[in-house]
Design a protein around this ligand. Structure first.
Ligand SMILES: NC(=O)c1ccc[n+]([C@@H]2O[C@H](COP(=O)([O-])OP(=O)(O)OC[C@H]3O[C@@H](n4cnc5c(N)ncnc54)[C@H](OP(=O)(O)O)[C@@H]3O)[C@@H](O)[C@H]2O)c1
Length: 291
C-alpha cells in the first residue's frame, strides 16, 4: 500500500472506511485536501480505495477489536505524519446486533460492545498522542439510536448510548489540550449496514429455541418489513460526510450533529413525550403487537 504526503489540511484517520459512511467520509475529506488514512480490514478494500482516490488516500489495516492491530496502525500513522501529528480521528466503524433480548446470546451483546464501544475507545487511546501534537479533533459516529432505543435493536442502541456518554466525558477531559470531541447522530443512511444487520440477525436467530419464534416471530416479521421500508427511503451518506467536515474544520464545531430529515423531530419527541406515549408511537410505526 503506497503512502503519499503533501496535503494541506493535515491528516485524518477514519475507521470503517471500506463502505458506507466511512467510505463517503474518506473521499469527501480526500477531496477537501486532507491526507486520509482510511481504516479497512481487507487488503482488497485498500486496493479499491487507492484506485478511486486522487492518489493521497492511504489504506490503513485496522481491526478495532484487536489491540495489536490498532497499535500497529497508530505506529504506522505516527511514522508517516511525524511531528505534524493528526488533525482528526473519525471513529466510524460499527456493526448492528439485533434480536429479542430474551433470547439474544450474551456473546452477541458482547460483540456489539467490543466493536461499537471498546473498539472506539481503543482507537482513541492509540491515536490521542498524535492528536495532541496537532490539536486535532475527534468525531464519534453515533446515531439517532444513541438517543432513541428501538425494540429488537436494543444491543445497537445500548452501544450508541454508551458511546454518547463516553464522548460527553471525553469532551471535557480533553478540553485542556483544545481537542474537540463531536458526536454525529445520523438517521437512516443508505449503506450496506441494513443488509448486513438483517443477515446477521437471521443467522443469530438460527440459534434460538423454537419457542422464541412462537413468542416473537410476528414482531420480528414486522420489524424486518419496517426496516426494509426505512432502508429504501434512506439518504445519501454524503450528508453525514458534510457534518463530519464541519466537525473537523469549523472554527466553532458543534458538540452534536443530528443528520437527516425527521431525526430532530424524533429527538424532540423522545425528550418531551411521556415514555408510554412515545412507546405507542414506536409500536404503531413498526406495526408491533401491543397489549
Ligand atoms: N447506515 C445508517 O443508517 C447509520 C445511521 C446512524 C449511524 N450509523 C453508524 O455509522 C457507522 C458506519 O456505518 P455504515 O452505515 O456506513 O455501515 P457499513 O457500510 O456496514 O460500514 C461499517 C464499517 O465498519 C467496519 N467495521 C465493522 N466492524 C469492524 C471492526 N471490528 N474493525 C474495524 N472495522 C470494522 C466495516 O468494515 P468491513 O467492511 O471490513 O466489515 C465497514 O467499513 C456505524 O458506526 C453505524 O453505527 C449508520
Amino acid at each position: 500500500m503506497n503512502e503519499v504526503s503533501g496535503a494541506d489540511k493535515g491528516a485524518v484517520v477514519i475507521t470503517g472506511a471500506s463502505t458506507g459512511i466511512g467510505y463517503a467520509c474518506a473521499f469527501h475529506m480526500d477531496r477537501l485536501g486532507f491526507r486520509v488514512f482510511a481504516g479497512i480490514r481487507k487488503e482488497s478494500d485498500g486496493r479499491s480505495l487507492i484506485e478511486r482516490s486522487a492518489g493521497r488516500m492511504t489504506p490503513l489495516l485496522m481491526e478495532v477489536t484487536d489491540s495489536a492491530s490498532v497499535l500497529a496502525a497508530a505506529d504506522r500513522v505516527a511514522g508517516a505524519v511525524g511531528s505534524d501529528g493528526l488533525a482528526g480521528l473519525v471513529n466510524n466503524a460499527g456493526i448492528v446486533v439485533a434480536g429479542p433480548l430474551e433470547f439474544l446470546p450474551l456473546s452477541e451483546l458482547r460483540k456489539q460492545f467490543e466493536v461499537n464501544v471498546l473498539g472506539q475507545i481503543a482507537v482513541t487511546q492509540a491515536f490521542l498522542p498524535l492528536l495532541r501534537h496537532a490539536r486535532g479533533r475527534i468525531v464519534n459516529m453515533s446515531s439517532i439510536a444513541g438517543r432513541v432505543a428501538f425494540p429488537y435493536l436494543g444491543p445497537y442502541s445500548a452501544s450508541k448510548y454508551a458511546f454518547e456518554a463516553l464522548s460527553d466525558a471525553l469532551r471535557i477531559e480533553l478540553l485542556p489540550w483544545g481537542i474537540s470531541v463531536a458526536v454525529v447522530e445520523p438517521g437512516d443512511v443508505a449503506t450496506p449496514i441494513w443488509k448486513k444487520s438483517t443477515a446477521a440477525a437471521q443467522e443469530t436467530a438460527r440459534s434460538f429455541p423454537a419457542q422464541a419464534m412462537d413468542l416473537y416471530g410476528h414482531s420480528l416479521e414486522a420489524v424486518t418489513k419496517a426496516s426494509e421500508k426505512t432502508a429504501a427511503a434512506a439518504f445519501d451518506p454524503v450528508h453525514v460526510a458534510r457534518a463530519v467536515e464541519h466537525a473537523l474544520t469549523a472554527a466553532n464545531p458543534k458538540t452534536r450533529y443530528l443528520v437527516g430529515s425527521g431525526v430532530r423531530l424524533r429527538a424532540i419527541l423522545k425528550k418531551m413525550l411521556p415514555d408510554r406515549l412515545f412507546d405507542r408511537l414506536i409500536i404503531r410505526h413498526i406495526g408491533l403487537p401491543g397489549r
